[in-house]
Design a protein around this ligand. Structure first.
Ligand SMILES: Cc1cc2nc3c(=O)[nH]c(=O)nc-3n(C[C@H](O)[C@H](O)[C@H](O)COP(=O)(O)O)c2cc1C
Length: 179
């Protein structure tokens, strides 16, 4: 079985696309599993991996995707409550988030911050923080000092930078995972 699991939430498919780019960048099918939508798995499917990469868009007004943000299907909003009481200690987790810094400058990638809080509260070791240079926004719940708590991708305004950002971040995460 692969060592690294990749799970994502999405509404219109951008986050799935980035999850696939991340998998491709690792370029090792034995090491990294095929990305799966979080609405198709159970908590035990995450616990099967010691290393996890997980992503989310921010929808609504700075919220995680799910039925209350008008997604067609369930997503992180419905999954997180299922995790309550689960211990993720011993797991290394790297997160990525998608957002739109122009239309949502004051709640840019807030959902990434929410995901970070959920997994750090559950005891996981979070890696993969990312500098906020090169983005233009007003505020974000995904900031910890000058760094985002995970990779930030803006497909709406900076799609041309996505592959370079993914390549750099995957190299960083490989080393932080000690793979
Ligand atoms: C209705 C709506 C609300 C959004 N709200 C936010 C937001 O609060 N913060 C943000 O950074 N991006 C926001 N976005 C931008 C999305 O996060 C972005 O388009 C993302 O790439 C969508 O990913 P997906 O295709 O995986 O659903 C919003 C987009 C839509 C359509």
């Amino acid at each position: 079985m692969a060592k690294v699991g990749i799970f994502f939430g999405t509404d219109t498919g951008n986050t799935r696309k980035v999850a696939k780019l991340i998998q491709k960048e690792f370029d090792d099918a034995e090491l990294v599993a095929k990305p799966l939508n979080i609405n198709r798995v159970e908590v035990d499917d995450l616990l099967a991996y010691d290393y996890l990469i997980m992503g989310t868009p921010t929808l609504g007004e700075g919220e995680l995707p799910g039925l209350s943000t008008q997604c067609e299907a369930e997503s992180w909003e419905e999954f997180l409550p299922k995790m309550e009481g689960t211990d993720f200690s011993g797991k290394k987790i790297a997160l990525f988030g998608l957002g739109d810094q122009v239309s949502y400058a004051s709640e840019f990638v807030d959902g990434l911050g929410e995901l970070y809080d959920a997994f750090s509260d559950a005891g996981a070791e979070l890696v993969g923080s990312w500098p906020n240079e090169g983005y233009d926004f007003e505020s974000s719940q995904a900031l910890d000092g000058d760094n985002f708590v995970g990779l930030v991708i803006d497909q709406d305004n900076q799609a041309s930078q996505t592959s370079e950002r993914v390549a750099k971040w995957v190299a960083q995460v490989k080393s932080e995972f000690s793979l």
